[in-house]
Design a protein around this ligand. Structure first.
Ligand code: GLP
Length: 248
């Protein structure tokens, strides 16, 4: 079942309510964090609520989903930079609480192995996810095995073109990334997949119609016991009425 919200803002409000509740219930919660323009209103609202309610984040830990290979953390399009701009520098979260894949290591393979091991050890309580137009989650492109752990991936042409809007020209768009694997994502106790915007309406319809298959990575979440599918009206516009419930 998809839950539909009139705007990305009302969705963000609902989702940050859930996040704040989960933090209050478990102050040492482990969050899985996502990047992308979909997450901007989510973090915007979350930061506002944290300040308003004086939420204590001192025991929270986080794992980011993915990072481009070849962009240093201070590059404006790196996911490190995105997280600093949209969340970390705005609230009381210290670097030692945060995990992001280090895509600038020489030995990417051992960095990936270490990242999955840490996820496995700490256990993600709540994972935020966006989706690519081809159904990718994190940077797990169509065809990525469901049993994959954190790994390096070659970005598909579609993903490079979609994400190219943030770069000056296509030659600057990285060709590879590190991403949490499908099994790392699936290990989270609770997940929220957030999809907004008319440009994702076809993706939402494809996801709704898709069987659980590696060809549509996000379809894996249909087998997860505790995933919220949160969508705005624009992204839900092609769905049949019986596929969703309107929330706010
Ligand atoms: C990138 C990220 C994904 C994100 C997707 C969609 O490819 N690796 O985690 O979900 O973009 O981004 P946007 O929210 O900007 O559409």
């Amino acid at each position: 079942m998809f839950y539909v919200f009139s705007t990305p803002q009302s969705l963000a409000q609902h989702l940050s309510n859930i996040l704040i509740q989960r933090i209050q219930q478990k102050p040492n919660i482990v969050l899985g964090l996502a990047t992308g323009s979909t997450m901007e209103p989510v973090y915007g609202n979350f930061v506002q609520r944290i300040k308003q309610d004086n939420v204590d984040l001192s025991q929270v830990r986080s794992f980011n989903l993915d990072e481009y290979i070849g962009l240093p953390p201070e590059h404006a399009q790196s996911y490190h930079f995105f997280m600093n701009e949209n969340l970390f520098s705005l609230v009381n979260l210290k670097p030692e609480q945060l995990h992001l894949p280090n895509a600038n290591k020489q030995d990417i393979e051992s960095e990936c192995k270490k990242y999955s091991e840490q996820i496995n050890k700490e256990g993600i309580d709540f994972q935020l996810l966006g989706i690519g137009t081809n159904g990718h989650i994190g940077f797990n492109e169509p065809g990525t095995p469901f049993n994959s752990l954190t790994h390096m991936i070659e970005l598909s042409e579609k993903t490079r073109i979609d994400n190219g809007r943030f770069f000056n020209d296509m030659s600057e768009v990285p060709t590879h990334a590190i991403t949490m694997g499908m099994a790392d994502i699936m290990s989270a106790k609770e997940i929220a997949l957030v999809i907004t915007g008319a440009h994702k309406a076809q993706t939402v319809l494809n996801l709704y119609n898709s069987p659980v298959t590696e060809k549509m990575p996000a379809s894996m979440l249909k087998e997860h016991k505790n995933t919220h599918f949160f969508i705005d009206e624009a992204a839900a516009s092609l769905l049949p009425k019986e596929a969703y419930q309107f929330v706010a």
